[in-house]
Design a protein around this ligand. Structure first.
Ligand code: G6P
Length: 736
């Protein structure tokens, strides 16, 4: 019906316009015909009666002549008759004869064209004929016709024409509607078939209908062009928001299920006395993925590691989060103590973590841990199968805990789109070869359609590693690996944070944050404060950071008593021996430096080894003068980006290790080599004396970068690439 209206409305308008133009035309034409008829009729009347009139006029019988004339005008349309008798010089006329016409003024009515006169009783038609019995004129006969019948007829004609056009309109509309409906259905059916043939729908094998065949090739080109245009438009032209991400999911990936898999869960329920608390873990992965999960409203499968996690879930081990405004769900996977110890602490964090980070900690590989790692990856694969509502979900596999998972998912859900993101660095082939199960790990990862790293350098390392270890085709032009007949794209997707920044990051005014953190640690109101925020991990360069503070106080003693460094260190993986030793080392170093510079109650290093919620961390970001990120090796490091995002006052200085992925994106930070203690101390000094205008200029550039490349863009790019690969795959299937 809607499609038919598209035809009927223009049709009705056209008919109305035609009627509007035709009716006056018809009216004009009929008037002309009627006048011509009256001309002929008048001549006929004049010719017929002129002899009798002459006879009666010559007989001088005016009464008889008048009676004769009156008898003639009994005709309905003959309105009046008159005779101008030139011999007697008198006008003999019927009573109805218009007074305006006199014998002296007949000249005007004798011209060949028609003469009309408007009298009180309506329009009149006048004809004057000379009466010439012997060639000489003896008078004029005046015939007057009533024209009001023409008006009546014209009204009737108009009415008739109106009904005619309405009837015509209805008939044509009905016919059009039926034809339009039939052709529209046929066209749509044809287009559907054609699009299926173009690879957009695999559900049918029928070729396009014969009438659409000629345009099939053009349509194919058009679809490709549009796709091409869209592909180039998306990156730079999309305004990257949660809505943009949802839009990609619905439009480009047809609203498919999104399943995130990570070891660490975004919300942890823990018991505190009789109450249950919800905590946000210290994890860059969670910081980045949580806003994406909120936007995509899918399922996040993770290890249920909190002491009250089992109490919070439903019968299917699911819980809706965020607790205050649920928009997605966590599906918790339970691990035995042995599994957690072997898979998480053992293989993932004593093996792969030091293997991938250049932090000079030797990786430990145990067969027992590897077996648990395989077992837990299987367990998570089973959870993915259970949570997938369709045969082709989008599964976002996160990090080094799940190197085997992509292959396991692909084996059981061949249509699934598995996108794996490796959040930590990828080492060079020599280093990776240390791992006894190197080939199995690579085989597992190559079950992904897309494998992402933060930097190009890590992508290169991965391709080199595959080249060295597997029998696979490595394409350095396209950055992909073809292994076992399937291709995995290996691309760089630098991760980011949400923008506009999370409310928790900017809620408290900067002035209050400055006052609060100084008051909390008994620092003078004008004390300069530096901040470090990390998990207590040996890759973070916390030891080197403290040594840099010590060196600053040595080289620039004017800062003693005036500058303190607050280190927030979230306890992490404390079951592992290396982490325990590291904590002891960090605590010892802090007290040594504090003792060295102690003066009254001045502490150069304030070490807070405890968990802080995002709001508490934000207070330190906003209240400090500088933030020092000194990782010895880091995939990205989102503390750097969070600090910048929290400073809408455009003040504060970021000192950033050159060994973080973030250093490639934020060159306006003071970039240092954290191993070079004196260089780092100099950077600390430069930050402390940096003019406010320079702080603002640097901050502005860094904020602009994060604004433009936020985490929605990070996820959106991977999803768009996945959508493109799906379409290309279908087209390739068609070809073969
Ligand atoms: C790194 C890893 C993440 C991990 C986070 C916290 O950022 O890439 O996968 O979640 O550290 O570590 P944790 O072991 O506490 O989850």
């Amino acid at each position: 019906m809607r499609h038919s209206l598209r035809f009927i409305i223009p049709l009705a308008v056209s008919l109305f316009l035609i009627a509007y133009a035709v009716v006056p035309l018809v009216e004009n034409l009929t008037l002309k015909w009627f006048i011509r008829d009256l001309d002929i009729r008048s001549s006929l009347v004049a010719n017929t009666i002129q002899d009798k009139v002459l006879e009666l006029a010559e007989g001088r019988s005016k009464t008889k002549l008048l009676a004769y004339l009156n008898r003639i005008i009994e005709d309905e349309r003959l309105y009046a008759l008159g005779f101008c008798d030139r011999t007697q010089k008198q006008l003999i006329s019927t009573k109805t004869f218009p007074a305006k016409i006199t014998c002296d003024a007949l000249e005007d009515y004798m011209k060949p064209e028609t003469h009309l006169l408007v009298s009180d009783s309506g329009p009149l038609h006048i004809t004057v004929r000379q009466v010439k019995p012997n060639g000489a004129s003896v008078g004029e006969l005046i015939v007057v016709h009533d024209m009001s019948f023409i008006q009546r007829r014209s009204e009737e004609t108009k009415k008739y024409l109106f009904y005619f056009f309405v009837a015509l309109g209805v008939i044509v509309a009905l016919i059009t509607m039926i034809i339009a409906e039939i052709s529209w259905r046929g066209w749509i059916r044809g287009m559907r078939t054609l699009l299926r043939v173009q690879g957009l729908d695999k559900s049918t094998e029928k070729p396009p209908s014969p009438e659409l065949r000629p345009i099939a090739r053009d349509l194919d080109t058009l679809i490709r062009d549009l796709r091409g245009d869209f592909g180039t438009r998306d990156e730079s032209q999309i305004s990257w928001t949660p809505e943009a991400l949802r839009d990609i999911l619905h439009r480009d990936l047809r609203g498919e299920d999104v399943i995130v898999v990570s070891n660490r869960e975004p919300y942890i329920h823990t018991k505190r006395g009789d109450t249950i608390e919800v905590r946000r873990p210290a994890s860059g992965l969670v910081t980045a993925l949580e806003p994406v999960a909120r936007a995509c409203s899918g399922t996040w499968i993770a290890h249920g590691s909190g002491s009250a996690d089992r109490l919070a879930v439903d019968a299917h081990d699911r819980v809706a989060v965020p607790p205050d405004n649920p928009s997605y769900r966590i599906r918790r996977v339970w691990l035995s103590a042995e599994q957690e110890s072997g898979y998480y602490y053992g293989f993932a964090n004593e093996g792969l973590w030091p293997l991938c980070h250049i932090a000079h900690v030797r990786p430990v590989f145990r067969t027992k841990d590897w077996n648990h790692y395989k077992e837990v990856n299987q367990k998570f694969a089973q959870a993915v199968i259970e949570e997938a509502g369709t045969p082709d979900p989008i599964v976002l596999v996160q990090d080094y805990h799940f190197a085997l998972l992509p292959r396991l998912i692909r084996e059981r859900l061949p249509e699934a789109t598995v996108i794996t993101f490796w959040h930590i660095p990828w080492p060079n082939p020599e280093t990776f070869s240390i791992c006894p199960w190197r080939a199995e790990l690579l085989d597992g990862l190559l079950g992904s359609r897309i494998l992402g790293f933060h930097t190009q350098f890590h992508c290169n390392n991965f391709l080199d590693t595959v080249d060295r270890i597997l029998e696979a085709r490595v394409d350095r032009e396209m950055f992909s690996v073809t292994y076992g007949g399937k291709t995995t794209a290996v691309h760089r997707y630098p991760i980011s944070i949400e923008w506009p920044p999370a409310e928790a990051l900017t809620r408290k005014p900067v002035a209050d944050c400055r006052t609060n953190i100084r008051a909390r640690h008994n620092l003078p109101a004008d004390a300069m404060v530096g901040v470090g925020v990390d998990r207590l991990d040996y890759t973070k360069g916390i030891v080197e950071r403290f040594l840099a503070v010590e060196s600053l106080l040595e080289l620039q003693p004017q800062w003693i008593g005036k500058f303190s460094f607050v280190q927030i260190a979230a306890p992490s993986r404390s079951v592992i021996g290396q982490y325990q030793e590291f904590e002891v080392h960090v605590r010892g170093l802090a007290s040594r430096i504090n003792n060295r510079f102690a003066k009254d109650d001045y502490l150069p290093i304030i070490l807070l080894v405890e968990h802080h919620e995002p709001e508490q961390v934000a207070e330190y970001y906003r209240g400090c003068d500088l933030c020092y990120v000194s990782s010895l090796h880091d995939g990205m490091n989102l503390v750097a980006k969070e600090f910048v995002a929290s400073r809408e006052d455009e003040q504060g200085v970021l000192i950033l290790s050159q060994f973080t992925g973030a250093a490639r994106e934020l060159p306006e930070a003071l970039v240092v080599n954290p191993y070079d203690i004196d260089q780092s101390a100099t950077a600390l000094h430069a930050a402390l004396i940096m003019p406010q205008t320079e702080q603002r200029d640097r901050m502005r550039l860094m904020r602009a970068l994060i604004r433009e490349f936020n985490v929605y863009r990070w996820a959106g790019r991977m999803l768009l690439d996945a959508a493109g690969m799906r379409v290309r795959g279908r087209l390739a299937d068609r070809k073969t």
